[in-house]
Design a protein around this ligand. Structure first.
Ligand SMILES: *Cc1c(COP(=O)(O)O)cnc(C)c1O
Length: 421
């Protein structure tokens, strides 16, 4: 469920008409709904109650500081994968005690930043990383709380580029080697083992792969406890998928996921951490664009938009589907025709949809990409020297620009011409 509905013939974000925002900020732009973000966060906390738990929002899916503040104020923790994301979480007022540091290649500098600023736990992904963290923590005279990310070798049955839990992926340590790695962790100075971490991929549409992974984590918990380790937290990662189309089968709900977690892991007396990104942010955002031209091609017609692959790369990168709807509600039974919906970038990959049935749109009409809140703005680039597009947050009848469009002067001033040239 989201809060983007037609009202009086125009698509609204909560109580604000999209054309009103478009007139104020210009297209293209991202718009997020505070009510939808809040609702999705709450679904997860409710799903895990009464187990002790912390829902750590995966910042990489949507990292605007205003969004992080909104979620942080509700009590959310944050899952960060870089020093930059750590800084964002802190800038949003989230205490270090609610920040989990994930990622396969944390640098010593990033470790130092988090140890000095406060951190709930590092999810360590390899032995060399564990040794580096031990050195950094020891040099600072502190103790780093760690969980080791194990790779359970389960098939997440999702897009290959976002599956992370098979043994051939670069993530985590093989679960079969966990005893050895935890034994080393216990020996190294400056580290304190607090739990186990697992994350098997993104946009999962079934519970079975999660359950297979968590069953292995439950067994591992018992084994490691038997070997003398304190396992008090289980970080289960993120990855629950969202419906990108209205028609296809709906992925499991957070409540189903929570029930499974309680069944598989509830008896272990651990605090549960989860790291959802997409399910909180995905359906909380739209990308709004204008039609620049309607071009009649050879046997196909093109809708050329002012948004492009640099603004929303998911279709080009993952063959992802986004529903694209007109901002002005078409009257019932109005005609449609197939269009290729494309952006202006000089790449054939800059195609959002092929042969998509769309109402008959004209130059200047607004369209909205649904489910664009996750992995949208955060993956944007300035390819083709197209400025990063603004982000807008709506709450009730308020809206505000939470990241402004940079001016061309700002963009050009980032480049320097060497004096010797
Ligand atoms: C990407 C990622 C997440 C979030 O994944 P979603 O599919 O957006 O829920 C959580 N944890 C880790 C370690 C990740 O890499």
């Amino acid at each position: 469920m989201d809060h983007f509905l037609y009202r009086d013939g125009a698509l609204h974000a909560e109580d604000v008409a999209i054309p009103e925002i478009a007139a104020a900020v210009g297209t293209p732009f991202y718009v997020y709904s505070a009510a939808t973000l809040t609702r999705h966060y709450r679904l997860f906390t409710e799903a895990l109650t009464p187990l002790p738990h912390l829902v750590c929002f995966a910042i990489k899916s949507l990292s605007n500081v205003a969004v992080l503040k909104l979620l942080g104020d509700l009590g959310a923790g944050m899952d960060v994968v870089s020093g930059g994301e750590y800084r964002r979480a802190k800038a949003a007022g989230v205490p270090g005690s609610r920040i989990v540091f994930s990622g396969v290649g944390k640098t010593r500098e990033e470790m130092r930043l988090a140890l000095e600023g406060g951190i709930r736990q590092f999810n360590v992904e390899s032995e060399p990383e564990m040794r580096a963290l031990s050195e950094v923590a020891t040099a600072l005279g502190v103790v780093a709380p760690i969980a080791v990310r194990v790779n359970p070798d389960v098939d997440a049955r999702t897009h290959a580029k976002i599956a992370t839990g098979k043994s051939e992926n670069k993530f985590g340590i093989p679960i079969a080697r966990a005893s050895e790695v935890y034994a080393e962790a216990a020996r190294l100075p400056g580290l304190r083992v607090v739990g186990i971490d697992v994350h098997i991929g993104s946009q999962l549409t079934e519970l079975a792969p999660f359950e297979a992974a968590y069953t292995k984590v439950a067994e591992l918990t018992q084994r490691l406890r038997g070997e003398g380790h304190v396992i008090e937290r289980l970080d289960l990662g993120g990855g629950l998928g969202i419906p990108y189309t209205r028609s296809n089968e709906a992925p499991p709900l957070p409540s189903d996921y929570g029930a499974m977690v309680k069944r598989v892991l509830g008896g272990l007396g651990c605090e549960i951490e989860i790291e959802p990104g997409r399910l909180i942010s995905g359906n909380s955002g739209l990308l709004v664009a204008s039609v620049i031209y309607v071009k009649q091609g050879e046997g196909r017609d093109f809708l050329i938009l002012d948004a492009a692959m640099n603004d929303l790369v998911r279709p080009a990168m993952y063959e992802a589907h986004h529903d694209i709807i007109p901002v002005t509600e078409p009257p019932p039974a109005s005609p449609t025709q197939p269009f290729d919906v494309v952006g202006p970038v000089c790449e054939t990959g800059d195609t959002f949809a092929r042969g998509r049935e769309m109402p008959l749109l004209a130059e200047g009409d607004l369209v909205a990409f649904r489910s664009a809140g996750a992995y949208g703005a955060v993956m944007a680039s300035e390819y083709n020297s197209r400025p990063l597009i603004p982000e807008v947050l709506v709450k009730g009848d308020h809206f505000a620009v939470i990241r402004a469009r940079p001016s061309f002067d700002e963009i050009l001033n980032r480049d320097t011409i060497p004096s010797w040239l």
